[in-house]
Each structure stands twice: as C-alpha cells, then as structure tokens.
Design a binder for this molecule. Structure first.
Ligand SMILES: Cc1ncc(COP(=O)(O)O)c(C=O)c1O
Length: 420
C-alpha cells in the first residue's frame, strides 16, 4: 500500500503509515468517526479527482461529463432511496457547508433560526457566536428542561418560536444522547410558518439502517447531514428534501453557484459507494448493534456511578460528567485515555461550571468499534477499561497494562476491507 507515495514523498508516507498503525492498534470512540470500506477509499482516491464538473448531472458548465454524471446520479438516487427523499443534493463538501447552504437557501439575511443550544448538544453551525453565519442570521435557542433525563423544554421552545418568529425550526445535535420528539418540532414549525429542518449528521446511519426513526415520516421539510459518521462514508455533506421541488431548487442554487465551486467528484463517487453499502441488509444489523453496544457501555458507567447527561443513551453516544463524578476534568480524561489507547473527546456539558477548552465531560460512542465487529461483551469491557484507566491514572503500570489489553482487543477485531 502507498507504494507510489513511498517512492516520492517520505514525509507523507510516514504520516499515512502512522495513522494506519494508530487506527489498527487503538480503539476509536469518537462518536463522529468511523472506518470506511476499501471500496469507499478506492472511489475517494480515484481518477474522478481530475475532473471539473460545476453544475449538476445533465447541466454542467464543462464538457466530458458522462462518467461524472453517472457517479453523481448513482449517489443522488441511492440517497433518495435510503432516506425516502424526493430530492437530494450530494455536493456539499462537508456537514458545515450543507448547513450553511441550507440557511442561504431558506433564509434572507437578518432572518431568525431556532436551534439547539451548543452546551445542550447542538452544533457550532446551529448558531454559535464564533461562527460567521451569525453575522448573517439571527439565532435563538432551545435547551433541555431536565438535564438528567434529556427532555427538551418543548413549551419554552414553542414560546420562543412564537416570540421570535423563526423562518427555520432546526432539530439535530452533536452531543445529545436521546431521541427527539420529531412531531413537536414539525408542529411548532407549522404553527409559526417556519421550515422544519433537521441536521441528522450524527444519526444518519442509524436512520438509514432503521435503528432510529426517519424524521421525514413526521413531515420534516429538509434534512442536512454529513456522510462520514454513522453513515460510514467519505468525509462530506448531504442535503435531502422530502417533497418540495421549490425547496430543492433553492438548495441546488445555494450549493452551486451560491456557495461552492466545482464538486468533489471523487468524493461523490465514494458517497455513492457508501450509500450502496448502507442499502445492503448488513447495514441494518450494523446499526442495531451500534445501539446495543452503547447500551452495554452505559450499563458499566451506571454501575460505576458516573453521571451521564440525559441519564444515559438511546443512540450511539454517551456524554459523561467525569469531573462531577470522578473529579477528573474532561481534558485530563481525554489525555489519560489517549495514553491507554482509547481515543475520545472532551466535551462541554449542560450548565458546565468549567471552560469549553477544559470542560467537565467526555463524549464517546460506538459506531467505529461496531464496524470492527465489537459486540456487547467487548464494548462493556472497553467501558470497564476506561473507568479503570481514569481511576488508576496516576499509576503508569496500570495504564500500560490497560494499553496492552486495548491493543489486543483491537488486533483481535481488525478493520476489514469489506463491510457488505
Ligand atoms: C450535527 C452536526 N452538524 C454538522 C457538523 C459539521 O460537519 P463537518 O465537520 O463535516 O463540517 C457536525 C460535525 O461534527 C455535526 O455534528
């Protein structure tokens, strides 16, 4: 592997092999990461990177498009089938781009959007002040009513919607571990004449595999997503439109020429391959196992008396208050676990008393270890090892012993080439 790079570029070759070994020998618990198949990597590393294809299939600005059109049409048709959408745009370069394009498609500058507060689970692109989109649009927020159960304050949300008259009511999250009441979002949006949109970046795979409800069944107008998290595709974005041709046209215009230039045709081909994999019956089994594995980890954390935000999980991720329960700041917990060979991220928790750069929580999840073939038993063991590492963090011998077990677990479950 990487034979040509080896011959011409030692520095990049070293970086690539380093990452190969890191992923092979460690356990990836970042809930937004996954391992893609060799087929996805082949498509992403393919000849299609050479081609400029501004525009859409059948309506390009440059010639020579028969094969780029073929790949993009495959991606669009498969995405539509997976999510029950009438229209799909597969060109956004990332989840952030998908959200920004959706905002420019549906809002005018100065318009208001109602989205989830970042510290309660929302994403930066849902209106955090550090993002430039807040210079264009006005963002108001909703939060959880009960941090111990994860219940969203829908009454407050309705009151905020009535007061601020948003043009978009946005569901979706990066660090929330329960299911949302989709009907309430759609009803509130309809009450105030707003578009109902959901950012499914984290749970797209769960929806595609039938392990989570499909928001389109509740009448959402639009779904935005990434393609690289639970959906297990290449790094990229996606916009799905349930029904409205008018919205679909606005979205297409916003993505290109509104926001982006030439689409990444090699990535779009890889999206098509990943969507094809998600349509395979194995993907159903995979996504059901993601949830079972998260439940197995939840049980260990509960037994270890570690507080979990929202009281646990109903999806692929857990947000644990390690500072409140174990007296270990999130940053230190991330570093300790890294030394044990377990990768996850520090995360702010609702009503955090600490700073965002060194918050109280850690966030972890099961999509990647499930791709490796972990079942409940191995997942529970990983959770036990995490607690052992955190509690024994001052002891080098303990961390070294845990690291050896982590490596053995990883090597016993190699990342295979094919997942179908
Ligand atoms: C809910 C949500 N939306 C959007 C994004 C942004 O995706 P990307 O990193 O591909 O821009 C993320 C990424 O973490 C996310 O969790």
């Amino acid at each position: 592997m990487y034979d040509f790079i080896k011959k011409q570029d030692k520095e990049v070759y070293t970086a690539l092999w380093g990452e190969e070994e890191r992923e092979r020998d460690g356990l990836e618990l970042i809930p937004s990461e996954n391992y893609v198949s060799k087929a996805v990597r082949e498509a992403q590393g393919s000849i299609l990177t050479n081609k400029y294809s501004e525009g859409y299939p059948g309506k390009r600005y440059y010639g020579g498009q028969p094969f780029t059109d073929m790949a993009e049409v495959a991606a669009i048709e498969r995405a539509k089938k997976l999510f029950g959408a009438r229209f799909a745009n597969v060109q956004p370069h990332s989840g952030a781009n998908a959200n920004i394009a959706m905002y420019f498609a549906l809002l005018n500058p100065g318009d208001t959007l109602l989205g989830m507060d970042l510290s309660h689970g929302g994403h930066l692109t849902h209106g955090h002040p550090v993002t430039y989109i807040t210079k264009f649009f006005n963002f108001v927020r909703y939060q959880m009513k009960n941090v111990e159960t994860g219940e969203i304050d829908y009454d407050e949300m309705r009151a905020t919607a009535k007061k601020h008259k948003p043009k978009i009511v946005l569901a979706g999250f990066s660090a929330y571990s329960r299911e949302l009441d989709y009907q309430k979002f759609v009803d509130i949006a309809r009450e105030v004449g707003a578009y109902s949109v959901i950012d499914i970046a984290h749970i797209a795979g769960l929806i595609a595999g039938g392990a989570a409800k499909n928001p389109f069944d509740f009448g959402f107008d639009v779904m935005t997503s990434t393609t690289h998290k639970t959906l297990r595709g290449p790094r990229g974005g996606l916009i799905l439109i349930r029904e409205s041709e008018e919205i679909a046209k606005k979205v297409d215009k916003a993505v290109f020429p509104g926001l982006q230039g030439g689409p990444l045709m090699h990535v779009i081909a890889a999206k098509a391959v990943a969507f094809g994999e998600a349509l395979h019956p194995n993907f159903k089994t995979y996504t059901a196992q993601i949830l079972k594995n998260a439940k197995a980890m939840e049980a260990v954390f509960r037994a270890g008396k570690v507080r979990m935000i929202a009281g646990g999980t109903s999806n692929h991720l857990i947000l644990a208050d390690v500072f409140g329960s174990l007296g270990i700041p999130g940053k230190e917990a991330e570093e300790v676990l890294d030394r044990a060979g377990i990768t996850l991220n520090k995360n702010v928790i609702a009503n955090d008393t600490r700073s965002p750069m060194d918050p109280s929580g850690i966030r972890f999840g099961t999509p990647a270890i499930t791709t490796r073939g972990f079942k409940e038993k191995e997942s529970a063991r990983v959770a036990e090892l995490m607690l052992m590492a955190l509690q024994g963090r001052a002891d080098k011998v303990i961390l070294t012993t845990i690291n050896s077990e982590v490596k053995a677990l990883a090597q016993a479950h190699p990342i295979t080439d094919s997942f179908v």
